[in-house]
Write a protein that binds this ligand. Sequence first.
Ligand SMILES: C[S@@+](CC[C@H](N)C(=O)[O-])C[C@H]1O[C@@H](n2cnc3c(N)ncnc32)[C@H](O)[C@@H]1O
Length: 225
Amino acid sequence: MKKGYWKRKLKEFFLPPGNLYWMWVLEMGFSLKSFQGFFKNIVAVEPSKKLFDKINSKCSGKKFSLINKNFENFNTPKKFDFVLASYVIHYFKNPVFQLKRIKSMLKPGGKLLLISNMPDKGSYGKFYIKFKKMLFDKLDPCVYNTFPGFLRRSGFKFKKLKLKTHIRTPNKKGFLSMVELIFDIDQNKISKKIKDQMDDYLKKRFGNGPTTFDLYSVIFVCSKR
Ligand SMILES: C[S@@+](CC[C@H](N)C(=O)[O-])C[C@H]1O[C@@H](n2cnc3c(N)ncnc32)[C@H](O)[C@@H]1O
């Protein structure tokens, strides 16, 4: 992804761009790398206590609210210009219901940006499907090719973009440390057998050196119909 990609895209999505900085943003499944540099007012909903604490300690002093909850249990009278759900909607058990709730939290003209990986494409997709099945005995009920139907049923219209990026880590250990985030699972809940298989999988492809996975994603830029 070229430097400045998101800044350019956000300006394109919010035409006329106005002043992005002052917009009210709701982000679910928070991550430090994301968009806080672009916006002053962010409300972030993150259910993982471990991630919440980590992010909270790094972000102290910055101006946003971090809420340690599932989105399903989050309510607010506030309305947002922009809702960001990046690699998170697939965790929802009732996506249409949650998408309708998101819609009700948007201001008129507000946008939802939904980003999802394409598990049937690329080396990251292969890794994801293989270990998702092993860890949970089933695949995500909600994947990128079911989103268009869910979005229509929730009253959104949308534009679809494709994005190819890479996930690179300096070594196998670096990648394994992201497994909790990738599968939303506590390290302690992963059996030794599966941990060993992941280790082998990475060793076969990358030895002990840097890991590079191709990540194919879809971005849905959604607004109320
Ligand atoms: C794969 S990570 C993506 C993190 C970040 N949005 C990004 O794009 O890098 C998924 C995140 O969604 C969070 N998450 C999982 N279930 C959620 C829910 N029901 N409501 C809100 N966030 C959730 C996880 O704790 C984790 O931070």
